[in-house]
Design a protein around this ligand. Structure first.
Ligand code: SF4
Length: 189
């Protein structure tokens, strides 16, 4: 690089020459930063979604390329979060793609010392059977005072923050139909 080039790259000269007196625009760019592109630049499409972690339900924009999630950021159009995400929401791409993500049901038997892998069908069958058995064993036709009860106090339902209104509605319907009266949730809007 000759002397003229070195002087020509001097920031003060660039600020004056490039009409950027405060050095906040082009004059502050290095050759490297000039070539940098946003990581969302090559996305095929963007999908609106909702952060899966907590009950706030912040809006997300999921950038996709070749069928793979390439980036997740806050959705400025969300009236709830207006483009913001907390660190958990910012990191939710790894929720999809982490090598640590589990794809099989893990089960540890009573007094077991290790995890076993179950198929989803097997796990669902076990849960359904336990609900049926517990309901039958703990069913109450009447309260202690002799009033009609038609309930089981042997099962409770505690929902998590990732459930939305519609899912909670269905869960509540299912619980009521089964006679389960102990139902709690931390619902998102
Ligand atoms: S971004 Fe954070 S605050 Fe918003 S829903 Fe996700 S976990 Fe909750």
């Amino acid at each position: 690089m000759n002397l003229a080039e070195v002087v020509g790259r001097w920031p003060v000269l660039r600020q004056l020459r490039e009409g950027d007196p405060l050095g906040l625009g082009r004059a502050a760019q290095s050759q490297r930063s000039e070539r940098l592109k946003p990581r969302i630049d090559e996305a095929d499409h963007v999908v609106q979604s909702i952060c899966p972690y907590c009950a706030v339900g912040c809006g997300q924009l999921v950038h996709v390329k070749d069928g793979e999630v390439t980036h997740i950021e806050g959705d400025p159009g969300s009236p709830i979060s207006r483009g913001r995400l907390c660190p958990k929401g910012q990191a939710s791409k790894s929720y999809v793609q982490s090598p640590l993500r589990e794809y099989k049901v893990k089960y540890r038997r009573p007094y077991g010392t290790r995890w076993e892998e179950l198929s989803l069908d097997e796990a669902m069958e076990m849960i359904a059977q336990r609900v049926i058995d517990t309901r039958a064993e703990t069913w109450q036709d009447e309260t202690e005072d002799g009033n009609p009860a038609n309930r089981t106090m042997g099962i409770g339902n505690l929902g998590g923050a990732t459930l939305d209104n519609e899912e909670n509605y269905l869960i509540k319907k299912l619980c009521v139909a089964l006679g389960i009266v102990q139902v709690e949730n931390q619902a998102r809007i």
